[in-house]
Design a binder for this molecule. Structure first.
Ligand SMILES: NC(=O)c1ccc[n+]([C@@H]2O[C@H](COP(=O)([O-])OP(=O)(O)OC[C@H]3O[C@@H](n4cnc5c(N)ncnc54)[C@H](O)[C@@H]3O)[C@@H](O)[C@H]2O)c1
Length: 480
Protein backbone atom coordinates (compact mmCIF):
# COMPACT_ATOMS: atom_id res chain seq x y z
CA UNK A 1 0.00 0.00 0.00
CA UNK A 2 1.64 3.23 -1.11
CA UNK A 3 0.51 6.60 0.17
CA UNK A 4 1.18 9.63 -1.96
CA UNK A 5 1.81 13.22 -1.08
CA UNK A 6 0.18 15.08 -3.88
CA UNK A 7 -2.87 17.33 -3.83
CA UNK A 8 -4.26 18.40 -0.51
CA UNK A 9 -7.66 16.79 -0.70
CA UNK A 10 -9.99 15.97 2.16
CA UNK A 11 -9.71 12.23 1.53
CA UNK A 12 -5.97 12.44 2.04
CA UNK A 13 -6.22 14.03 5.40
CA UNK A 14 -8.27 11.03 6.41
CA UNK A 15 -5.71 8.67 4.87
CA UNK A 16 -3.02 10.38 6.84
CA UNK A 17 -4.31 8.95 10.07
CA UNK A 18 -4.08 5.45 8.70
CA UNK A 19 -0.41 6.06 7.98
CA UNK A 20 0.72 7.86 11.11
CA UNK A 21 4.32 8.78 10.46
CA UNK A 22 4.48 10.62 7.21
CA UNK A 23 1.17 12.31 7.43
CA UNK A 24 1.60 13.16 11.05
CA UNK A 25 4.96 14.66 10.24
CA UNK A 26 3.43 16.49 7.35
CA UNK A 27 0.94 17.92 9.73
CA UNK A 28 3.82 19.56 11.53
CA UNK A 29 4.73 21.36 8.33
CA UNK A 30 3.11 24.00 6.28
CA UNK A 31 0.74 22.09 4.06
CA UNK A 32 -0.59 25.22 2.40
CA UNK A 33 -0.60 24.78 -1.34
CA UNK A 34 0.74 21.28 -1.02
CA UNK A 35 -0.44 18.61 -3.40
CA UNK A 36 -1.53 15.63 -1.40
CA UNK A 37 -3.28 12.58 -2.78
CA UNK A 38 -3.65 8.99 -1.83
CA UNK A 39 -2.98 5.89 -3.87
CA UNK A 40 -5.33 4.05 -1.60
CA UNK A 41 -8.76 5.53 -1.67
CA UNK A 42 -10.08 2.41 0.03
CA UNK A 43 -8.25 3.27 3.25
CA UNK A 44 -10.84 3.96 5.91
CA UNK A 45 -11.07 7.14 7.90
CA UNK A 46 -9.90 6.47 11.40
CA UNK A 47 -9.69 9.87 12.97
CA UNK A 48 -9.51 13.56 12.45
CA UNK A 49 -6.88 14.74 14.91
CA UNK A 50 -3.22 15.03 14.01
CA UNK A 51 -0.81 12.91 16.00
CA UNK A 52 0.91 14.82 18.76
CA UNK A 53 4.63 15.65 18.78
CA UNK A 54 5.04 13.20 21.64
CA UNK A 55 3.68 10.39 19.52
CA UNK A 56 6.14 11.38 16.83
CA UNK A 57 9.21 11.07 19.07
CA UNK A 58 11.95 9.08 17.30
CA UNK A 59 12.51 6.82 20.28
CA UNK A 60 8.87 5.85 20.32
CA UNK A 61 8.55 5.27 16.59
CA UNK A 62 12.02 4.18 15.53
CA UNK A 63 14.03 5.14 12.46
CA UNK A 64 12.45 6.97 9.55
CA UNK A 65 13.77 7.30 6.03
CA UNK A 66 13.32 9.67 3.12
CA UNK A 67 14.66 8.54 -0.26
CA UNK A 68 15.24 11.47 -2.64
CA UNK A 69 14.92 10.47 -6.31
CA UNK A 70 12.75 7.50 -7.32
CA UNK A 71 14.42 6.25 -10.48
CA UNK A 72 16.12 2.96 -11.33
CA UNK A 73 18.05 3.14 -8.05
CA UNK A 74 15.77 5.02 -5.69
CA UNK A 75 12.50 3.17 -6.20
CA UNK A 76 13.75 -0.39 -5.49
CA UNK A 77 15.70 0.96 -2.52
CA UNK A 78 12.69 2.85 -1.15
CA UNK A 79 10.42 -0.17 -1.57
CA UNK A 80 12.98 -2.37 0.22
CA UNK A 81 13.41 0.13 3.07
CA UNK A 82 9.64 0.55 3.42
CA UNK A 83 9.44 -3.11 4.43
CA UNK A 84 11.45 -2.28 7.56
CA UNK A 85 11.03 1.44 8.24
CA UNK A 86 8.44 4.14 7.67
CA UNK A 87 9.78 5.44 4.37
CA UNK A 88 8.88 8.30 2.08
CA UNK A 89 10.04 8.44 -1.53
CA UNK A 90 10.44 12.02 -2.74
CA UNK A 91 10.66 12.79 -6.44
CA UNK A 92 10.33 16.19 -8.07
CA UNK A 93 8.88 14.61 -11.19
CA UNK A 94 5.14 14.78 -10.57
CA UNK A 95 4.50 12.50 -13.55
CA UNK A 96 6.68 9.82 -12.00
CA UNK A 97 4.87 10.07 -8.67
CA UNK A 98 1.47 9.96 -10.39
CA UNK A 99 2.48 6.88 -12.37
CA UNK A 100 3.76 5.12 -9.26
CA UNK A 101 0.57 6.08 -7.50
CA UNK A 102 -1.29 4.27 -10.27
CA UNK A 103 0.93 1.21 -9.74
CA UNK A 104 3.07 1.75 -12.85
CA UNK A 105 6.88 1.80 -12.68
CA UNK A 106 8.05 2.81 -16.13
CA UNK A 107 11.58 1.56 -15.37
CA UNK A 108 10.16 -1.96 -15.08
CA UNK A 109 12.06 -2.63 -11.84
CA UNK A 110 9.08 -3.01 -9.48
CA UNK A 111 5.97 -4.72 -10.73
CA UNK A 112 2.42 -3.63 -9.97
CA UNK A 113 1.85 -6.27 -7.26
CA UNK A 114 4.92 -5.22 -5.33
CA UNK A 115 4.02 -1.55 -5.65
CA UNK A 116 0.51 -2.23 -4.45
CA UNK A 117 1.81 -4.28 -1.53
CA UNK A 118 4.38 -1.68 -0.47
CA UNK A 119 3.88 0.63 2.50
CA UNK A 120 6.07 3.25 0.83
CA UNK A 121 4.71 6.80 0.94
CA UNK A 122 5.30 9.10 -2.01
CA UNK A 123 5.87 12.83 -2.07
CA UNK A 124 6.44 15.26 -4.89
CA UNK A 125 6.77 18.32 -2.70
CA UNK A 126 9.69 18.48 -0.27
CA UNK A 127 7.83 21.07 1.83
CA UNK A 128 5.42 18.39 3.04
CA UNK A 129 7.98 15.64 3.37
CA UNK A 130 8.19 14.61 7.01
CA UNK A 131 11.35 14.81 9.16
CA UNK A 132 13.47 11.68 9.18
CA UNK A 133 16.58 10.01 10.58
CA UNK A 134 18.00 9.09 7.18
CA UNK A 135 17.87 11.09 3.96
CA UNK A 136 19.14 8.97 1.09
CA UNK A 137 20.09 10.67 -2.18
CA UNK A 138 19.54 8.69 -5.38
CA UNK A 139 19.39 11.41 -8.04
CA UNK A 140 21.21 11.32 -11.39
CA UNK A 141 24.86 12.35 -11.77
CA UNK A 142 25.34 12.84 -15.52
CA UNK A 143 28.12 14.46 -17.55
CA UNK A 144 27.88 17.61 -19.63
CA UNK A 145 28.60 18.03 -23.34
CA UNK A 146 32.32 18.20 -22.64
CA UNK A 147 32.25 14.96 -20.61
CA UNK A 148 32.67 16.82 -17.33
CA UNK A 149 30.69 15.81 -14.20
CA UNK A 150 27.42 17.69 -13.99
CA UNK A 151 26.70 17.90 -10.28
CA UNK A 152 23.80 20.31 -10.54
CA UNK A 153 21.15 17.69 -9.76
CA UNK A 154 22.92 16.28 -6.72
CA UNK A 155 23.58 19.84 -5.55
CA UNK A 156 19.89 20.70 -5.95
CA UNK A 157 18.92 17.59 -3.97
CA UNK A 158 21.39 18.66 -1.26
CA UNK A 159 19.72 22.08 -1.09
CA UNK A 160 16.34 20.38 -0.73
CA UNK A 161 17.57 18.13 2.07
CA UNK A 162 19.41 21.00 3.74
CA UNK A 163 16.11 22.80 4.05
CA UNK A 164 14.51 19.66 5.54
CA UNK A 165 17.15 18.98 8.19
CA UNK A 166 16.17 21.60 10.79
CA UNK A 167 12.73 20.02 11.28
CA UNK A 168 14.38 16.64 11.92
CA UNK A 169 16.83 18.13 14.41
CA UNK A 170 14.01 20.07 16.09
CA UNK A 171 12.30 16.72 16.74
CA UNK A 172 15.39 15.48 18.52
CA UNK A 173 16.76 13.39 15.67
CA UNK A 174 20.37 13.35 14.53
CA UNK A 175 19.87 12.90 10.82
CA UNK A 176 22.30 11.16 8.51
CA UNK A 177 22.39 12.19 4.85
CA UNK A 178 23.50 9.17 2.83
CA UNK A 179 24.50 9.69 -0.79
CA UNK A 180 24.05 6.78 -3.19
CA UNK A 181 24.48 8.72 -6.44
CA UNK A 182 27.72 7.83 -8.20
CA UNK A 183 30.29 10.60 -7.73
CA UNK A 184 34.05 11.06 -7.60
CA UNK A 185 35.82 10.88 -4.23
CA UNK A 186 35.26 14.09 -2.30
CA UNK A 187 31.85 15.14 -3.64
CA UNK A 188 29.92 14.07 -0.53
CA UNK A 189 32.17 15.80 1.99
CA UNK A 190 33.63 18.69 0.01
CA UNK A 191 30.73 19.72 -2.23
CA UNK A 192 27.47 18.41 -0.74
CA UNK A 193 28.20 18.93 2.97
CA UNK A 194 28.73 22.72 2.64
CA UNK A 195 25.43 22.97 0.75
CA UNK A 196 23.64 20.99 3.46
CA UNK A 197 25.13 23.29 6.09
CA UNK A 198 24.26 26.43 4.15
CA UNK A 199 20.62 25.45 3.58
CA UNK A 200 20.05 24.03 7.06
CA UNK A 201 22.01 26.52 9.13
CA UNK A 202 23.30 23.43 10.98
CA UNK A 203 26.77 22.05 11.52
CA UNK A 204 27.83 18.89 9.71
CA UNK A 205 29.47 16.47 12.14
CA UNK A 206 27.54 17.86 15.10
CA UNK A 207 23.87 18.39 14.16
CA UNK A 208 23.78 15.99 11.25
CA UNK A 209 26.18 13.48 9.71
CA UNK A 210 27.16 12.15 6.32
CA UNK A 211 27.23 8.66 4.85
CA UNK A 212 27.89 7.22 1.42
CA UNK A 213 26.68 3.87 0.13
CA UNK A 214 27.26 3.21 -3.54
CA UNK A 215 24.52 1.59 -5.53
CA UNK A 216 25.16 -1.61 -7.47
CA UNK A 217 21.75 -2.18 -8.98
CA UNK A 218 21.86 -3.61 -12.48
CA UNK A 219 18.63 -2.71 -14.27
CA UNK A 220 16.82 -5.74 -15.67
CA UNK A 221 18.89 -8.11 -13.51
CA UNK A 222 16.54 -10.15 -11.33
CA UNK A 223 19.36 -12.02 -9.60
CA UNK A 224 21.57 -9.28 -8.14
CA UNK A 225 18.79 -7.31 -6.49
CA UNK A 226 19.03 -4.79 -3.66
CA UNK A 227 17.93 -7.37 -1.09
CA UNK A 228 20.69 -9.85 -2.02
CA UNK A 229 23.85 -7.93 -2.88
CA UNK A 230 26.65 -6.88 -0.54
CA UNK A 231 26.23 -3.20 0.19
CA UNK A 232 29.30 -1.03 0.72
CA UNK A 233 28.63 1.48 3.50
CA UNK A 234 30.59 4.38 4.95
CA UNK A 235 30.08 7.09 7.53
CA UNK A 236 31.59 10.32 8.73
CA UNK A 237 32.21 8.91 12.21
CA UNK A 238 32.36 5.36 13.60
CA UNK A 239 28.88 5.86 15.13
CA UNK A 240 27.46 7.11 11.83
CA UNK A 241 29.05 4.18 9.99
CA UNK A 242 27.34 1.81 12.42
CA UNK A 243 23.98 3.51 11.94
CA UNK A 244 24.31 3.36 8.15
CA UNK A 245 25.50 -0.26 8.33
CA UNK A 246 22.53 -1.27 10.50
CA UNK A 247 20.11 0.43 8.14
CA UNK A 248 21.35 -1.39 5.04
CA UNK A 249 22.04 -4.67 6.81
CA UNK A 250 18.35 -4.84 7.61
CA UNK A 251 17.35 -4.94 3.93
CA UNK A 252 19.96 -7.20 2.32
CA UNK A 253 20.89 -10.81 2.91
CA UNK A 254 24.21 -10.08 1.17
CA UNK A 255 25.62 -8.24 4.18
CA UNK A 256 27.34 -4.89 4.36
CA UNK A 257 30.99 -3.97 3.86
CA UNK A 258 32.16 -1.13 6.06
CA UNK A 259 34.45 0.99 3.90
CA UNK A 260 37.35 2.74 5.59
CA UNK A 261 36.04 6.20 4.69
CA UNK A 262 33.42 8.02 2.67
CA UNK A 263 36.02 8.80 0.01
CA UNK A 264 37.04 5.13 -0.20
CA UNK A 265 33.39 4.15 -0.74
CA UNK A 266 32.94 6.83 -3.42
CA UNK A 267 36.13 5.67 -5.12
CA UNK A 268 35.14 1.99 -4.95
CA UNK A 269 31.94 2.63 -6.89
CA UNK A 270 33.57 4.70 -9.58
CA UNK A 271 36.32 2.14 -10.20
CA UNK A 272 33.86 -0.75 -10.36
CA UNK A 273 32.43 0.85 -13.47
CA UNK A 274 35.73 2.20 -14.82
CA UNK A 275 37.15 -1.32 -14.61
CA UNK A 276 34.30 -2.68 -16.73
CA UNK A 277 34.68 0.16 -19.21
CA UNK A 278 38.41 -0.43 -19.66
CA UNK A 279 37.98 -4.17 -20.08
CA UNK A 280 35.22 -3.73 -22.66
CA UNK A 281 37.41 -1.18 -24.45
CA UNK A 282 40.13 -3.83 -24.72
CA UNK A 283 37.56 -6.23 -26.19
CA UNK A 284 36.45 -3.58 -28.68
CA UNK A 285 40.05 -2.85 -29.66
CA UNK A 286 40.86 -6.51 -30.28
CA UNK A 287 37.56 -6.88 -32.19
CA UNK A 288 38.81 -4.23 -34.58
CA UNK A 289 42.22 -5.87 -34.88
CA UNK A 290 40.81 -9.37 -35.50
CA UNK A 291 38.20 -8.01 -37.88
CA UNK A 292 41.03 -6.58 -40.02
CA UNK A 293 42.58 -10.08 -39.95
CA UNK A 294 39.26 -11.79 -40.76
CA UNK A 295 39.32 -13.70 -37.47
CA UNK A 296 36.07 -14.00 -35.49
CA UNK A 297 36.35 -12.34 -32.06
CA UNK A 298 33.83 -14.90 -30.76
CA UNK A 299 36.05 -17.80 -31.88
CA UNK A 300 39.01 -16.14 -30.19
CA UNK A 301 37.11 -15.53 -26.96
CA UNK A 302 35.71 -19.07 -26.89
CA UNK A 303 39.26 -20.38 -26.95
CA UNK A 304 40.75 -17.82 -24.53
CA UNK A 305 37.98 -18.28 -21.98
CA UNK A 306 39.12 -21.83 -21.33
CA UNK A 307 41.99 -20.34 -19.31
CA UNK A 308 41.15 -20.19 -15.60
CA UNK A 309 42.02 -16.54 -15.14
CA UNK A 310 40.83 -15.06 -18.44
CA UNK A 311 38.20 -12.41 -17.63
CA UNK A 312 34.85 -13.05 -19.35
CA UNK A 313 34.31 -9.65 -20.98
CA UNK A 314 32.97 -9.19 -24.50
CA UNK A 315 32.92 -6.42 -27.11
CA UNK A 316 29.97 -4.09 -27.64
CA UNK A 317 28.52 -0.62 -27.45
CA UNK A 318 28.94 0.96 -24.02
CA UNK A 319 25.93 3.18 -23.34
CA UNK A 320 23.75 4.01 -20.37
CA UNK A 321 24.54 6.47 -17.65
CA UNK A 322 26.88 4.37 -15.55
CA UNK A 323 29.72 2.57 -17.32
CA UNK A 324 30.00 5.16 -20.07
CA UNK A 325 29.75 8.09 -17.65
CA UNK A 326 31.36 7.23 -14.31
CA UNK A 327 34.93 6.92 -15.65
CA UNK A 328 34.69 10.59 -16.64
CA UNK A 329 34.00 11.42 -12.99
CA UNK A 330 37.25 9.77 -11.99
CA UNK A 331 39.28 11.21 -14.89
CA UNK A 332 37.91 14.69 -14.08
CA UNK A 333 39.12 14.45 -10.49
CA UNK A 334 42.47 13.04 -11.65
CA UNK A 335 42.92 15.98 -14.03
CA UNK A 336 42.01 18.43 -11.26
CA UNK A 337 44.93 16.92 -9.37
CA UNK A 338 47.25 17.47 -12.35
CA UNK A 339 47.30 13.79 -13.31
CA UNK A 340 46.85 12.31 -16.76
CA UNK A 341 44.46 9.32 -16.53
CA UNK A 342 45.58 7.79 -19.82
CA UNK A 343 44.17 4.29 -19.42
CA UNK A 344 40.73 5.50 -18.32
CA UNK A 345 40.44 8.02 -21.15
CA UNK A 346 41.85 5.65 -23.77
CA UNK A 347 39.13 3.17 -22.81
CA UNK A 348 36.48 5.87 -23.04
CA UNK A 349 37.80 6.97 -26.42
CA UNK A 350 37.63 3.47 -27.89
CA UNK A 351 34.19 2.75 -26.50
CA UNK A 352 32.76 6.11 -27.57
CA UNK A 353 34.01 5.57 -31.15
CA UNK A 354 32.74 1.99 -31.44
CA UNK A 355 29.32 2.91 -32.91
CA UNK A 356 30.99 4.78 -35.78
CA UNK A 357 33.32 1.85 -36.43
CA UNK A 358 30.38 -0.62 -36.49
CA UNK A 359 28.53 1.64 -38.98
CA UNK A 360 31.58 1.59 -41.27
CA UNK A 361 31.81 -2.20 -41.03
CA UNK A 362 28.13 -2.63 -41.91
CA UNK A 363 28.45 -0.16 -44.77
CA UNK A 364 31.40 -2.13 -46.11
CA UNK A 365 29.47 -5.38 -45.73
CA UNK A 366 26.78 -3.88 -48.00
CA UNK A 367 29.42 -3.09 -50.60
CA UNK A 368 29.27 0.60 -49.59
CA UNK A 369 25.84 0.81 -51.24
CA UNK A 370 23.22 2.66 -49.17
CA UNK A 371 20.00 0.70 -48.66
CA UNK A 372 17.10 0.13 -46.31
CA UNK A 373 18.01 -0.90 -42.77
CA UNK A 374 15.92 -2.10 -39.85
CA UNK A 375 17.65 -1.63 -36.51
CA UNK A 376 16.20 -3.78 -33.73
CA UNK A 377 16.70 -2.24 -30.29
CA UNK A 378 17.58 1.30 -29.26
CA UNK A 379 17.93 1.02 -25.48
CA UNK A 380 21.41 0.95 -23.98
CA UNK A 381 21.05 -2.70 -23.04
CA UNK A 382 18.66 -5.58 -23.48
CA UNK A 383 15.28 -6.08 -21.80
CA UNK A 384 15.02 -2.66 -20.17
CA UNK A 385 13.40 0.59 -21.41
CA UNK A 386 16.38 2.83 -20.51
CA UNK A 387 17.35 4.98 -23.50
CA UNK A 388 19.89 7.18 -21.75
CA UNK A 389 23.18 7.57 -23.57
CA UNK A 390 22.27 4.90 -26.12
CA UNK A 391 25.14 4.24 -28.48
CA UNK A 392 22.72 2.54 -30.87
CA UNK A 393 21.41 6.07 -31.50
CA UNK A 394 24.95 7.04 -32.60
CA UNK A 395 25.01 3.98 -34.86
CA UNK A 396 21.65 4.92 -36.41
CA UNK A 397 22.92 8.44 -37.05
CA UNK A 398 26.16 7.16 -38.57
CA UNK A 399 24.30 4.76 -40.90
CA UNK A 400 22.02 7.62 -41.93
CA UNK A 401 25.04 9.80 -42.73
CA UNK A 402 26.35 7.00 -44.93
CA UNK A 403 23.13 7.24 -46.92
CA UNK A 404 21.11 4.34 -45.50
CA UNK A 405 17.40 4.66 -44.86
CA UNK A 406 17.14 3.50 -41.27
CA UNK A 407 14.00 2.44 -39.42
CA UNK A 408 14.21 1.61 -35.72
CA UNK A 409 12.08 -0.76 -33.65
CA UNK A 410 12.37 -1.29 -29.92
CA UNK A 411 10.28 -3.75 -27.95
CA UNK A 412 10.88 -1.94 -24.63
CA UNK A 413 11.58 1.75 -25.23
CA UNK A 414 9.05 4.55 -25.00
CA UNK A 415 8.42 6.08 -28.45
CA UNK A 416 7.93 9.59 -27.11
CA UNK A 417 11.20 9.43 -25.20
CA UNK A 418 13.05 8.17 -28.30
CA UNK A 419 11.85 11.22 -30.21
CA UNK A 420 12.61 13.53 -27.31
CA UNK A 421 16.11 12.17 -26.66
CA UNK A 422 17.32 11.44 -30.17
CA UNK A 423 14.70 12.59 -32.68
CA UNK A 424 14.42 8.92 -33.69
CA UNK A 425 10.88 7.67 -34.38
CA UNK A 426 10.20 4.09 -33.30
CA UNK A 427 8.20 2.27 -35.95
CA UNK A 428 5.44 -0.04 -34.82
CA UNK A 429 4.93 -1.70 -38.22
CA UNK A 430 8.59 -2.65 -38.67
CA UNK A 431 7.86 -6.29 -39.43
CA UNK A 432 5.54 -5.60 -42.35
CA UNK A 433 8.33 -4.63 -44.74
CA UNK A 434 11.52 -6.14 -46.13
CA UNK A 435 14.98 -4.59 -45.82
CA UNK A 436 18.44 -4.71 -47.34
CA UNK A 437 19.81 -5.15 -43.86
CA UNK A 438 18.36 -6.11 -40.48
CA UNK A 439 20.61 -5.30 -37.54
CA UNK A 440 19.95 -6.95 -34.19
CA UNK A 441 21.54 -4.15 -32.16
CA UNK A 442 20.01 -4.90 -28.74
CA UNK A 443 19.07 -8.54 -28.17
CA UNK A 444 15.78 -7.98 -26.34
CA UNK A 445 14.17 -11.31 -25.46
CA UNK A 446 11.35 -10.64 -27.96
CA UNK A 447 13.81 -10.59 -30.88
CA UNK A 448 15.64 -13.67 -29.67
CA UNK A 449 12.29 -15.45 -29.34
CA UNK A 450 11.62 -14.68 -33.01
CA UNK A 451 14.83 -16.50 -33.86
CA UNK A 452 17.32 -16.10 -36.70
CA UNK A 453 15.13 -17.60 -39.41
CA UNK A 454 12.19 -15.25 -38.74
CA UNK A 455 14.58 -12.31 -38.75
CA UNK A 456 16.02 -13.52 -42.07
CA UNK A 457 12.46 -13.49 -43.36
CA UNK A 458 12.55 -9.69 -43.06
CA UNK A 459 15.36 -9.46 -45.63
CA UNK A 460 15.07 -8.65 -49.30
CA UNK A 461 16.88 -11.05 -51.61
CA UNK A 462 20.61 -10.68 -51.03
CA UNK A 463 19.97 -8.88 -47.74
CA UNK A 464 22.25 -8.96 -44.68
CA UNK A 465 21.30 -10.13 -41.21
CA UNK A 466 23.71 -8.38 -38.85
CA UNK A 467 23.97 -9.43 -35.24
CA UNK A 468 26.03 -7.04 -33.14
CA UNK A 469 26.54 -9.27 -30.11
CA UNK A 470 26.71 -12.65 -31.81
CA UNK A 471 23.44 -13.92 -30.34
CA UNK A 472 22.06 -15.57 -33.48
CA UNK A 473 24.98 -17.86 -34.24
CA UNK A 474 25.18 -19.19 -37.78
CA UNK A 475 21.91 -17.49 -38.81
CA UNK A 476 23.66 -14.12 -39.04
CA UNK A 477 25.75 -12.86 -41.96
CA UNK A 478 27.71 -10.38 -39.88
CA UNK A 479 28.69 -9.94 -36.25
CA UNK A 480 31.43 -8.10 -34.42
N1 LIG B 1 20.61 2.99 -13.07
C1 LIG B 1 21.64 2.27 -12.68
O1 LIG B 1 21.88 1.18 -13.18
C2 LIG B 1 22.57 2.74 -11.60
C3 LIG B 1 23.38 1.80 -10.94
C4 LIG B 1 24.23 2.22 -9.94
C5 LIG B 1 24.30 3.56 -9.63
N2 LIG B 1 23.52 4.48 -10.29
C6 LIG B 1 23.63 5.87 -9.90
O2 LIG B 1 22.48 6.19 -9.12
C7 LIG B 1 22.09 7.54 -9.36
C8 LIG B 1 20.65 7.57 -9.81
O3 LIG B 1 20.53 6.90 -11.07
P1 LIG B 1 19.13 6.40 -11.63
O4 LIG B 1 19.43 5.53 -12.79
O5 LIG B 1 18.28 5.85 -10.54
O6 LIG B 1 18.50 7.78 -12.13
P2 LIG B 1 17.04 8.02 -12.70
O7 LIG B 1 17.15 9.10 -13.71
O8 LIG B 1 16.41 6.71 -13.09
O9 LIG B 1 16.20 8.54 -11.46
C9 LIG B 1 16.49 9.71 -10.78
C10 LIG B 1 15.21 10.27 -10.20
O10 LIG B 1 15.57 11.39 -9.40
C11 LIG B 1 14.57 12.38 -9.56
N3 LIG B 1 15.12 13.66 -9.16
C12 LIG B 1 16.00 14.45 -9.81
N4 LIG B 1 16.30 15.53 -9.08
C13 LIG B 1 15.60 15.43 -7.93
C14 LIG B 1 15.50 16.22 -6.76
N5 LIG B 1 16.18 17.37 -6.63
N6 LIG B 1 14.67 15.82 -5.79
C15 LIG B 1 13.95 14.69 -5.90
N7 LIG B 1 14.02 13.87 -6.98
C16 LIG B 1 14.84 14.24 -7.97
C17 LIG B 1 14.19 12.28 -11.02
O11 LIG B 1 12.93 12.85 -11.27
C18 LIG B 1 14.23 10.76 -11.25
O12 LIG B 1 12.97 10.16 -11.06
C19 LIG B 1 23.09 8.09 -10.38
O13 LIG B 1 24.14 8.71 -9.71
C20 LIG B 1 23.60 6.83 -11.07
O14 LIG B 1 24.88 7.02 -11.60
C21 LIG B 1 22.65 4.08 -11.25
Amino acid sequence: MIAVYGSLAPDVLTTCFELPWPFACASGHNLKGAHLTSMHPKVATTGAMPLSTREMAPDALGQKVVVVGLGYVGLPLAVALARKFPTVGLDIDQRRVTELEAGHDRTGEIDRDRLDASTLSLASDPAICPPADFYIVTVPTPIDGANRPDLRIVEAASRTIGAMLPAAVAEGRTPVVVYESTVYPGVTEDICAPILEQYSGLLCGRDFFLGYSPERINPGDREHTIDKITKVVSGQTPETLERVAQLYASITSGGVFRAASIKAAEAAKVIENAQRDINIAFMNEISQIFSAMDISIWDVLAAARTKWNFLPFGPGLVGGHCIGVDPYYLSHRAEQLGLDPRVILAGRGINDSMAGWVAQQLHAKRGKKPGSVLVLGLTFKENIPDLRNSKVADLVTALGRLGHGVRVHDAHADAEEAIHEYGIPLVADAFKRKYDMVLLAVPHREYLAMGGEALRGLLKKGGTLADLKGELGEAADWTL
